[in-house]
Ligand binder design. Structure first.
Ligand SMILES: [Zn+2]
Length: 296
């Protein structure tokens, strides 16, 4: 789940520098697997929407013994498309995180194919997601497309994982890094301190082309990580300026920081500001007294 923070795309937030244009041209062919690289195909589910862009991307690795990364939403037509498009037998289902648009179909696809579900740790609030085994950070998973290394990237979701296909310079980035939008960080499952550390974690891995959970490939992953870090730093600076000029509640800060915000996104903006405030509080820069906020 994520939303577009409007000031970035419309460039009303000068200095943010986030450029999402390349991913906006993404137009998937629904219901069929499209090849994105040798041994890697992508099938996009038909769950397009304001939180999912053109729909959830499901990746198929290999041709005969297939590994699926993020099976997508639990939808009859989508699961049938996935099995038909796979061609070979689906042997393993990997899950980046337990949001329903990514993990919803995991159990059903497993029951239909016998494939094992491996992935992020389940959270109690999402009982539909029950992996056969939780993957450990830096664990290697063998696929027909090459060895995947598990990269723990909490932030968007507490258990979020990326998968690094180092041999082909691809990294499956889930909802942690996408080209079309920033990731929403919703406390308490999402945590801004973790999200920022997870951006640094990807930067340490080095140059990769990112295959994201929504939208087209992010060919310069490092540049996108840098943009996203600067975006969050600019957002934090704007929040501190709002506090300095007398705003005292999350709602007042949202009004000051998100100029011209679509009312439909007001709730998500408040959650994003709350995640930033939590992180500022953890670093001793902001204090809370009830719903009143102030600089330390
Ligand atoms: Zn998500």
């Amino acid at each position: 789940m994520h939303f577009h923070e409007r000031p970035c795309r419309c460039m009303a937030n000068a200095g943010c520098g986030v450029n999402v244009d390349p991913a906006l041209s993404f137009l998937p062919a629904y219901g069929v697997a499209e090849r994105v690289a040798p041994a890697i195909r992508r099938l996009t589910a038909g769950n397009a929407g304001p939180l999912t862009f053109r729909g959830t991307n499901c990746y198929l690795l290999g041709e005969e013994e297939i590994t699926v990364i993020d099976p997508g939403p639990d939808d009859d037509a989508h699961v049938a498309d996935l099995i038909a498009a796979a061609g070979g037998s689906i042997r393993c289902i990997l899950v980046t995180h337990d949001h329903a648009d990514h993990a919803g179909a995991a159990r059903r696809l497993s029951e239909l194919t016998g494939a094992e579900v491996l992935g992020s740790a389940p959270s109690p609030s999402r009982p539909f997601y029950r992996p056969d085994r939780v993957l450990a950070d830096e664990e290697m998973v063998t696929t027909e497309a090459g060895n995947l290394q598990v990269v723990a990237t909490p932030g968007h979701a507490a258990g979020h994982l990326c998968f690094d296909l180092a041999g082909l310079d691809f990294l499956f980035s889930g909802d942690h890094v996408m080209g079309w939008s920033t990731s929403v960080v919703v406390p308490p499952d999402g945590r801004m301190a973790d999200y920022m550390a997870s951006l640094d974690r990807l930067a340490d891995i080095g140059a990769r082309s990112y295959l994201a959970g929504h939208g087209g490939p992010v060919t310069d992953g490092l540049a996108r990580v840098d943009e996203l870090k600067r975006h969050r730093q600019a957002r934090e600076a704007a929040i501190l300026r709002a506090l300095d000029s007398g705003d005292r509640t999350v709602q007042e800060i949202v009004s000051a920081v998100y100029i011209g915000l679509d009312p439909a996104l007001a709730g998500a903006a408040a959650l994003s500001v709350t995640a930033h405030i939590d992180w500022l509080e953890e670093r001793g820069l902001v204090r809370k007294a009830g719903d009143r906020l102030s600089r330390c």
